[in-house]
Design a protein around this ligand. Sequence first.
Ligand SMILES: Cc1ncc(COP(=O)(O)O)c(C=O)c1O
Length: 372
Amino acid sequence: MDPKLTPLIDSLPSTVPFVGPETLERSRNRLFTARLGANENGFGPAPSVITAMREHASDIWKYADPENFDLKQALARHLHVAPANIVVGEGVDTLLGLAVRQYVNEGTPVVTSLGAYPTFNFHVAGFGGRLVTVPYRNDREDLGALLDAVKRENAPLVYFSNPDNPMGTWWDSEEVERFIDALPPTTMLILDEAYGETAPASAKPAIDVSRSNVLRMRTFSKAFGLAGMRCGYAIGAAKQITAFDKIRNHFGMNKLTQIAALAALEDQDYLRQVVGKIIAARDRIGAIAAANGLKAIPSATNFVTIDCGQDGAFAQRILNGLIERDVFVRKPMAPGLDRCIRVSVGLDTELDIFEQQLPLALQAAKEQTEGE
Ligand SMILES: Cc1ncc(COP(=O)(O)O)c(C=O)c1O
């Protein structure tokens, strides 16, 4: 007799939200030459961050401060809120799981967009929630339809990412504020702003911690170039933030991560420079797409989603062709969005490879499609 899993865990499929590039490299038995698929930031963290980590490397025998005191103080100063309005965690992904746990029982309806960030869905499934999805409209999350679904289902939780992954599109703050104003007070909104730093200021509503039904989530993984360190934070009303402290892994944060995030936050000059590089790389990906007769969808993130102009099968062939040619990219999978591939920004050397390989992958995809 085996130890008995709970019926919920026993019922879950053995799927993961994303297959990592390392897994693909192992299965292909070959390394990628361009890593442009995981929305990382190949420009890397600030030199000041590396210096701070080096200086503190030998302190790593100590547990990290479980209260994340220094980082929370710095974030609070930076965001003009109180430390009590912030919870720090091991990336937005971890915070999403903790938030879902707070609002979702087995069977609870949870609203999101069809094809939106899959890690959120993964957590909802893990707590037995019932996902209610609404399709994108014109490649953007459809705020009206999300709201209708929330009201129809009386859902206690809704997820919306601004700017969005996987399309890179965004809503201006007036639209987001209108959405927030129209939400029932009993519905918690997770506003995922993982790409907030690369978005125009007009896409970020003023932070209002008097709202008890909004949790804004941000990360050091993208513009700050620290994906491997795992650091994110949520901003919200103090009562809702306290709920995270009741369940989070008290010693979950890495000590060097706290140091790296603090140093990154303090180096705003570097952040400005890197955002400039990200915007330039976005433009270059758009130009590469155009040179191949494809259309880049305008992006406010650190990636560009390219409309391949045909159906999902055609885009999948292009993606397969790129992977075969050692270029790691990903693609949206939901109906309607699946006509696209998604290319993260990277160093010029990696974009050079993408530029060389895309025409070959595209040609191969066209030949396969014609040969059908
Ligand atoms: C919308 C969105 N949220 C969250 C994350 C993950 O953030 P973190 O690395 O802080 O877990 C990503 C990463 O791709 C993302 O696209």
